[in-house]
Each structure stands twice: as structure tokens, then as C-alpha cells.
Design a protein. Structure first.
Ligand code: UDX
Length: 444
């Protein structure tokens, strides 16, 4: 049992804090957002994360989890202090470390006894030394402390599961004894623990996310070639993935990756390489292919509808992936922007993300259910593969549309079945189903 403090209550900080409390530790989570802390103290979560509400409620009730906005209170008994604040992208792709700087300064000012500070947020290579310097300079008087890089590998929508079932724990520090003490926190999870140096631990995180993003862009490149050569990328991915050296995961072709991690981390790694004399052309290609995947939706719609001004287009899915309400860097936002730039009218539906999206997209009509998004539409674009879209009455959808173009941005539907229902079906990397509905029949 340990005393743990977590600075930052986003999906990483909140999951980390609540789950460490669930392992029997005493945890205080701090955020500078008073309103957020007030809601958390009542057990109201600011994010949609399956399973998290129960973990927070159980540990709030059990007295192992508290929330505060005061650093003095958060650090009073702390043995381990996690920094889990946001590190968004700057204009060049560099990581914006201003929140980390503020957290490190506040930790230094409020630390009253030796502690181990763990960088949980994804930070540029070398940030661990930088954080240690800020803390040291902020201490009112010298105090022993250590900084350990402890990157997170949590996926949004399954973060609680991923915390309790990690593939590995990575710890890096210039102080091996501190890393070993931090490893004790993770022993109950019985996962492989890698103890290395600071920079190497930081690079494991970036390299892991960049590789997963590369797999996605690789299969999207294969998908665009499949489209022109008449192959089906779904079966190509199946055939590839059964090779254990390749693996099935992250070979789903579609409109590409979004979220608060992959886009930011690949850009940050490319930036770090470029400003240190490297020529990260593979990472640049990963970024470009991801952008092209979103643009290919516009090409597919334009190829069938011609000019888009005065056309009505329905969008199914806003979140960057299913089971989350997060729309950060979501492909839907860019696709909507591209379609609106060509004059299309847009109706959107998402089971969870509309409230967050409403302040990020202008001039679109938000629908309360999916059929309304298809009503009278000249095209329907599936962008996020929510389960409920698989259960839709697609015959009803087609009959309600002004023109039966279905662009399946996540290859959710069966092409032959959609053609039988009378859709003009366009997948991502999939051959157009035969027979195509005749345009004459559609016009009747
Ligand atoms: C990712 C990493 O998986 C996680 O380990 C890291 O800690 C944070 O970043 P996350 O961004 O939450 O997690 O989502 P993830 O499930 O990895 O999906 C990322 C994006 O890739 C989503 O937009 C998803 O739609 C897309 N994706 C995923 C594909 O386009 N194809 C795939 O095969 C898999």
C-alpha cells in the first residue's frame, strides 16, 4: 500500500488514480479545474470511459480516493506523484509542455518530503531531465526526489481494462532504485516490467504509437492499391494478420486514425527527428497517407454526385473511434470540413459525441437518431463504426435517401448485401459490388 498523488484528471490521470486506489493504495487526484474537481468529488465523471464510474464510486466510498485542487493537500503524504497533464501538439507538431511545466513548478513548490515523480503523460525524449530541473529549482529548500518516465498505453474506450491488463510496464530513470520502487506499485498486475533509462522509456511510448499508426497507414496504402486493382483489403488484412509476425490488430483499413494520441505522437516524433538532423520520411508518409484516407471520402462522393453544392450528405459517427465521446482529431471533423467547403449540406448523428462536437463544427445539423441523418440525403458516409450502425434497417435507410450512395469509411457493411438493397456502395479498399444498381432505375 502506498500514498499516490496524480496531477491531472483527464482520461489518463483519472483512470490511473482510480485504478491504483482499486489496488489498495491511498490516492489523491488533483486538477486546477475547480468545477471538474467539484463534480468528481460527487462521483460525476467528465469523460465517457466504460467501467470507470464504478471504480471511482467504489474507491470514493472506500475512502481510498480523494480529489482536490490544492497541491499542499495532494502532496502532503505523497510517496509517488504522477504527472498526467495534457501535452497537446504545437504548430510544428512539437509537444506543448506548458501544462507539464506548471505542474512541475507547483510540485516543486509544495513538496515537503522525499517522493518519486512519475511522468505518465507522453513527453518528448529528454523531458524527464527537464522536469527534474524545474522541480529542483522550484523547491523552497533542497529535498531528495527522483523522476521516473512511466508512459501509459491506455486506449480510450478500454482504458480501465488496459490498466488492469497491461502488456508491459515501462519505467525509466537515472535513479535505478527509484525505478525499482516504482515497479513495486505495479507488482499486483503481474505484467512484464521493463526498467531502463529515462530517454529510452520515453522513446518506447513514441515508437509504439508510431508503429501502430504505421500499421494503419500501411493497410490504408494497400487499400488504395486494392481499389484500383480489384482486390479486397478486408481479406488481404485477414491473410496478412494470421502471420504471427504481422498480427491481426491495427490492420483495419478506413478513414484512418484520429484521437488525442496517434496524430500528436507521430507528429511529435517526426518533429524531434527533423530538428535533430534526421530525415523521418517514413513518419512523414504515415502522416500523409492518413490525411489522404480522409480525402478519399470526398473523391468517392464527388465521383458519384458531381458538384456537391446543394447536395445533402448524412454522416454517421463523429467520435474518433467507437465507445468514446472524444472527437479530438476525429476523421469526421476533417471530412465534414472538406464536404462543406464544396458546398454540401451536412446532417450528422453520433451516439455519444455530438455534445462535444457541437462546439467544433459549424453549419451542420445534429440529428437525434441515425435515420434522420439519412433522410433525403444524396450520400450517407459511415465514419465511426459504432455497433448500433451495424444493426440499422438499411432497406429503410436506402428508401429514405434522395440518392442511394453509401460510402463505408470503416468497411462496416457487406458490399454485396448493400448492392442487393439498391445502394451504390463504396468501401475503403474494396471492389465495387456487382451488379451495380442502374442509374436509370434509381432516377425513376
Ligand atoms: C492509442 C494506443 O492504442 C494506446 O496504446 C495509447 O496509449 C494511446 O493511443 P487510442 O488513441 O485511444 O489509443 O485509440 P486506438 O484504439 O489505438 O485507435 C486510434 C485510432 O486508430 C482510431 O481513430 C481508430 O479508428 C484508428 N484505427 C485503429 C484504424 O483506423 N485502424 C485500425 O486497425 C485500428
Amino acid at each position: 500500500m502506498a500514498n499516490v498523488s496524480v496531477v491531472g484528471t483527464g482520461y489518463v490521470g483519472l483512470v490511473t488514480g482510480a485504478c491504483f486506489a482499486d489496488l489498495g493504495n491511498y490516492v489523491i487526484c488533483l486538477d486546477i479545474d475547480q468545477a471538474k474537481i467539484a463534480r468528481l468529488q460527487l462521483g460525476h465523471l467528465p469523460i465517457y470511459e466504460p467501467g470507470l464510474e464504478e471504480v471511482v464510486a467504489r474507491n470514493l466510498a472506500g475512502g481510498r480516493l480523494r480529489f482536490t485542487t490544492l497541491y499542499e493537500e495532494a502532496l502532503a503524504e505523497a510517496q509517488f506523484i504522477f504527472i498526467a497533464v495534457n501535452t497537446p501538439s504545437g504548430p510544428e507538431g512539437e509537444a506543448d509542455m506548458s501544462d507539464v511545466r506548471r505542474a512541475a513548478e507547483s510540485i516543486g513548490r509544495s513538496l515537503r518530503s522525499p517522493a518519486i515523480v512519475l511522468n505518465k503523460s507522453t513527453m518528448p525524449i529528454g523531458a524527464g531531465d527537464w522536469v527534474a530541473g524545474i522541480i529542483a529549482r522550484s523547491l523552497p529548500e533542497p529535498l531528495p526526489f527522483a523522476v521516473v518516465s512511466n508512459p501509459e498505453f491506455l486506449r480510450e474506450g478500454s482504458a480501465v481494462h488496459d490498466f488492469f491488463n497491461p502488456d508491459r510496464i515501462v519505467l525509466g530513470s537515472t535513479d535505478p532504485e527509484a525505478a525499482e520502487r516504482a515497479a513495486e506499485l505495479y507488482k499486483p498486475l503481474k505484467a512484464p516490467i521493463i526498467v531502463t533509462d529515462l530517454r529510452t522509456a520515453e522513446m518506447v511510448k513514441y515508437a509504439s504509437n508510431a508503429f501502430l499508426a504505421t500499421k494503419i497507414s500501411f493497410i490504408n496504402e494497400i487499400a488504395s492499391i486494392c481499389e484500383r486493382l480489384g482486390a479486397d483489403v478486408k481479406d488481404v488484412a485477414l491473410g496478412m494478420g494470421l502471420d504471427k509476425r504481422i498480427g491481426r490488430a491495427f490492420l483495419e483499413a478506413g478513414v484512418g486514425y484520429g484521437g488525442s494520441c496517434f496524430p500528436k505522437d507521430v507528429k511529435a516524433l517526426e518533429y524531434m527527428g527533423a530538428v535533430n538532423g534526421c530525415h523521418p520520411q517514413l513518419l512523414r508518409a504515415v502522416i500523409e497517407i492518413n490525411r489522404d484516407a480522409r480525402r478519399s471520402v470526398l473523391q468517392k462522393v464527388r465521383a458519384e454526385l458531381g458538384r456537391l453544392d446543394e447536395k445533402l450528405i448524412g454522416i454517421l459517427g463523429l467520435s474518433f473511434k467507437p465507445n468514446t465521446d472524444d472527437v479530438r482529431e476525429a476523421p469526421a471533423l476533417e471530412i465534414i470540413h472538406l464536404l462543406r467547403t464544396e458546398g454540401a449540406r451536412i446532417r450528422v448523428y453520433d451516439p455519444a459525441a455530438s455534445a462535444r462536437a457541437v462546439e467544433m463544427v459549424r453549419g451542420v445539423e445534429f440529428c437525434a437518431e441515425p435515420y434522420a441523418a439519412a433522410e433525403g440525403a444524396h450520400a450517407l458516409v459511415l465514419v465511426t463504426e459504432w455497433n448500433e450502425f451495424k444493426q440499422l434497417d438499411m432497406d429503410r435507410v436506402r428508401r429514405s435517401m434522395a440518392f442511394p450512395l453509401l460510402v463505408d469509411g470503416r468497411n462496416l457493411y457487406d458490399p454485396q448485401e448493400m448492392a442487393r438493397l439498391g445502394f451504390i456502395y463504396r468501401g475503403m479498399g474494396r471492389p465495387a459490388p456487382a451488379p451495380e444498381p442502374s442509374r436509370a432505375a434509381i432516377a425513376e
